[in-house]
Design a protein. Structure first.
Length: 99
């Protein structure tokens, strides 16, 4: 089961998150989402647990408790929506075009 972990402290590490969930079962992976431009954490991440029963127990046990000093929101991750192509676009302003 894929689990969403939100409201994470920017000081939290993948190890912090993994340890919190490992207390309740086997963890396949723990990933914090990083900002592409600043390479800083965005305040949320995902934990993958292969056993659904352990995952549900972990969600119940960890939701609204603290990881790295901040209360987190934990629930089953929703499937990612296809947001279509991500292109540049937009000409942006700037410059005198002689109008």
């Amino acid at each position: 089961m894929n689990i969403y972990v939100g409201n994470l402290s920017f000081d939290a590490t993948e190890s912090d998150v993994r340890q919190a969930f490992e207390a309740h079962g086997t963890v396949s992976s723990a990933n914090l989402i990083m900002d592409r431009e600043t390479n800083r954490p965005r305040g949320f991440g995902f934990v993958e647990m292969p056993n659904d029963e352990e995952a549900r127990k972990a969600i119940s046990a960890i939701n609204e408790t603290e990881i790295a000093g901040r209360a987190v929101n934990v629930n089953e991750a929703k499937p990612r929506e296809d947001r279509g192509p991500r292109g540049g676009g937009g000409g942006g302003g700037g410059g005198d075009r002689g109008y």
